[in-house]
Write a protein that binds this ligand. Sequence first.
Ligand SMILES: NC(=O)C1=CN([C@@H]2O[C@H](COP(=O)(O)OP(=O)(O)OC[C@H]3O[C@@H](n4cnc5c(N)ncnc54)[C@H](OP(=O)(O)O)[C@@H]3O)[C@@H](O)[C@H]2O)C=CC1
Ligand SMILES: O=C(O)CCC(=O)C(=O)O
Length: 485
Amino acid sequence: MSDINTYLNLINGRWQQASSGEVEASIDPANRHEIVGYVQQSSLADLNDAVGAAKAAKLSWRKLSGSARGEYLFKAADRLERRLDEIAEMMTREMGKTFPEAKGETARGVAILRYYAGEGMRKTGDVIPSTDSTALMFTTRVPLGVVGVITPWNFPIAIPIWKIAPALIFGNTIVFKPAQETAITAALVMECFHEAGIPAGVINMVTGQGDVIGQGIADHPDVQGISFTGSDRIGKLVGQSALAKGAKYQLEMGGKNPVIVLNDADLDLAVEATVSGGLRSTGQKCTATSRVIVQSDVYEAFKSKLLTRIGQIRVGPGMDPSTWMGPCASEKQYHTVLSYLAKGIEEGATLLCGGSKVQDEALDAGFYIEPTVFENVTSAMTIAQEEIFGPVLALMKVDTCEEAIGIANDVKFGLSASIFTRDISNMLTFMGDIEAGLVRVNAESAGVELQAPFGGVKMSSSGSREQGQAAIEFYTDVKTVFIKS
Ligand SMILES: NC(=O)C1=CN([C@@H]2O[C@H](COP(=O)(O)OP(=O)(O)OC[C@H]3O[C@@H](n4cnc5c(N)ncnc54)[C@H](OP(=O)(O)O)[C@@H]3O)[C@@H](O)[C@H]2O)C=CC1
Ligand SMILES: O=C(O)CCC(=O)C(=O)O
């Protein structure tokens, strides 16, 4: 283990080993024999210490002015920006995303920190006229207290920061449990907060198994709010635990996002957006395109352009500048995707390209899957219903816009959806009838802007919104104040 770094928990301002003394290797998905580093395999004792530290720090943190809290976020943003290449490279080595995408995500983390640093100077309430003319009535906002942040591996910087930054600026303290697959990247982000001089206990990170540390956060009586992104299966467990103890919770749980291509669409634009939305990050985005619903007159032309474009994709290690698409993030994810490919074939979908691991000896040690397109996919099939989280597109042919929207809505998820058309009435019908939190017209299904509300409907979300001004709704409680002179 001598040349490979070991990363520690951050508890009460100190870097600490897990009390179990156990560590876990983080593996490079581009080469399963490469250990990127070791992370702590923590126990509930470590989690209790972290929650205790966050609880002890919460009063002095909430008593600071918003602008004073914002200063720490500005400093953390500066640190992250200075270390952008180094931290982005770690992300690529830990979870396989290409280096340009990892740099883009790290830069997004910097921008999110600065956005919320500025929020510390903005209004937190309204004056409401009372029926009593001698009274002053207004609303103000108070923090929840200790907030638990549980995050996945697919956006190891952006997702933690878009939860942590608003939680901090509105006066909460944090216990953060990143996905174990990307716990080193998370530790480097924590270093940026630590180097920014954030007071001890305000932000704590404990790494370890989800069913121990994540579930422990969800169950802990001193954690008053939980923000979770991940699978719908685990999201439900987190929501039930939070509800049982009376904590506020927020769940973001993925999608089965459709792109509709109508007869009057700009096909080149639609193809480019389908490829980018479906296959960037190896399809591992909750906003990724997975169903492509195409109107019959342009179906063959669209299919042919799509297959030509996909044929040009170069799969390889994320650090290789010629790579367009990297490996799946982990062995578990790789096997999950392979099992969906087998299921698609078994249930009668027709394979147009891809369909298996990449057949290239040079890539044998990595978790590489070919970009895959199925056609003759029906809504009854598993690959049209479940989130695959891999480089897989399902083509579905329809006759009308209404039929397309009906199929698009025929899933339990409702995160993002896009349509390609030049017809304003089709755009308006889509905007009104599609069951999705993010509606995109002539643009890919992925692509979230930090200043706009983000979240879904149905099983994609617990109903609240993240990012932008919407974040204040989750990370604070409203107090209505009535003062009589
Ligand atoms: N909406 C999205 O953006 C994402 C969706 N997914 C979907 O989920 C599938 C599985 O991915 P996976 O990584 O296993 O997602 P999970 O939902 O298992 O993991 C998300 C986070 O929750 C933690 N966790 C695991 N078990 C519990 C628990 N009982 N209580 C609280 N927290 C827990 C995980 O920890 P740890 O992993 O360290 O054990 C991780 O930090 C993917 O194939 C994809 O379909 C996955 C990631 C992101
Ligand atoms: O599309 C994006 O940029 C964000 C996607 C996302 O939040 C996710 O995959 O979890």
